[in-house]
Ligand binder design. Structure first.
Ligand code: NAD
Ligand code: UFG
Length: 350
């Protein structure tokens, strides 16, 4: 057992986790990462070291491996957990829902069991705006406040809302001690400004900007815009895009909040900017960062897409003293910097 206190980052080799590890280390925290590398590369740990000059200890393990989790909590004195580890591809989740529930929900229960057994009571959980589903089904719910009724529309979203319920029920049974921050992210984009870290999607990217980045490097011919018949200013859907470094800093704010309360807490916070941007506007911004128009064609709507996911960010501003500082233009610049330096991410060229 180490003397020092550690923050455990599950999924810390992944996109958002790795950026958050950098912010934690730069804030002076001791960090240990656990990840099974199902959707990431150990190279991310090397990049974290290059940026921070600190080698963060890494444990390659699956959260569902109870023995490995017990050893992790025995080897390190873990006082708080940032819980990113999850499968996250919406389309895939609708085809293999049991895999998603087992990985995301069973993984979280295994983590909570290990925390309980080792007297660790603080967790920051990566939830998602996807738990709201189509908020336009209600009047006056755009921008979306945290008290908007939940209604996920796919298996991935159901795993997130289920984990939220587990955390709320666990808190109800442990109100004096358990501290949980449920962070509902809107659309994270961009890369570390150093150009050393960024999103590294395996296979064909599902998300708008990773796909567009591969169009810019010539790996993909053109972007397909999924529908221009929505009730927005240019007919394409609105999303609240947020720079991944801003998002990472939101975790430090949430951690500070739950570590400062005198009793338990379980509370949801949106992490978004409060501004909705259309698909065509994002294409224009990233094209400006690249320096030329990027090819796209409008095709039919993608199943499950909703018109508008824009956050009401006031609760995080009031209670976490956090708000976004970086713009979509900053994110496009940083994404393009990362893409030009590492067009194949952490992998070697195909
Ligand atoms: P990511 O895939 O890059 O990172 C997730 C990490 O978790 C990966 O490194 C993966 O290897 C690891 N992992 C998965 N299952 C595991 C398991 N059972 N045991 C150990 N490690 C495991 O994804 P990301 O974009 O960084 O997302 C981080 C979190 O934020 C996820 O919980 C995701 O659902 C949530 N989120 C992401 C977005 C987004 O658009 N990227 C939006 C909302 C919420
Ligand atoms: N889009 C395209 N073409 C593409 C990819 C996306 O037109 O090739 C459009 C989508 O239709 C949508 C917008 O770009 O209107 C953003 O799509 P993304 O796939 O990048 O992101 P989503 O909003 O669908 O979902 C993302 C994450 C979810 C998370 C959600 C939170 O994938 O896990 O943000 O708001 F829950």
């Amino acid at each position: 057992m180490t003397e020092s206190e550690y923050v455990l980052v599950t999924g810390g080799a992944g996109y958002i986790g790795s950026h958050t590890v950098v912010e934690l280390v730069q804030a002076g925290r001791n960090v240990v990462v656990v990840d099974n590398l199902v959707n990431s590369s150990e190279e991310a740990l090397n990049r974290i070291e290059t940026i921070t000059k600190v080698r963060v200890p890494f444990v390659k393990a699956d959260l569902r491996d109870a023995a490995a989790m017990s050893k992790l909590f025995t080897d390190y004195k873990i006082t708080s957990v940032l819980h990113f580890a999850s499968l996250k591809a919406v389309g895939e989740s609708t085809k293999i829902p049991l895999v998603y529930f087992d990985n995301n929900v069973t993984g979280t229960i295994s983590l909570l069991n290990a925390m309980e057994a080792h007297g660790c009571h603080s967790i920051v959980f990566s939830s998602s705006a996807t738990v709201y589903g189509d908020a336009t089904r209600f009047e006056n719910m755009i921008p979306i406040p945290e008290n908007c009724p939940l209604g996920p529309t796919n298996a991935y979203g159901h795993t997130k809302s289920t984990i939220e319920e587990i955390l709320r029920d666990y808190y109800a049974a442990n109100e004096k001690t358990f501290r949980a921050a449920i962070l509902r992210y809107f659309n994270p984009i961009g890369a570390h400004p150093s150009g050393l870290m960024g999103e590294d999607p395996l296979g064909v990217p599902n998300n708008l900007l990773p796909f567009l980045a591969q169009v810019a490097t010539g790996r993909r011919e053109k972007l397909q815009v999924f529908g221009n018949d929505y009730a927005s200013r240019d007919g394409t859907p609105l999303r609240d895009y947020i720079h991944v470094v801003d998002l990472a800093k939101g975790h430090l704010a949430a951690l500070a909040k739950i570590e400062s309360v005198s009793e338990g807490i379980c509370r949801e916070w949106n992490l978004g900017s409060g501004h909705g941007t259309t698909v065509l506007e994002v294409i224009a911004k990233f094209s400006a960062a690249v320096g030329r128009d990027l090819p796209f064609e409008v095709v039919g709507r993608r199943a499950g897409d909703v018109l508008d996911l824009t956050a009401a960010p006031q609760r995080a501003a009031d209670e976490l003293h956090w708000k976004t500082q970086l713009s979509i233009d900053d994110a496009c610049r940083d994404l393009w910097n990362w893409t030009t330096k590492y067009p194949y991410g952490y992998q070697k060229p195909e």
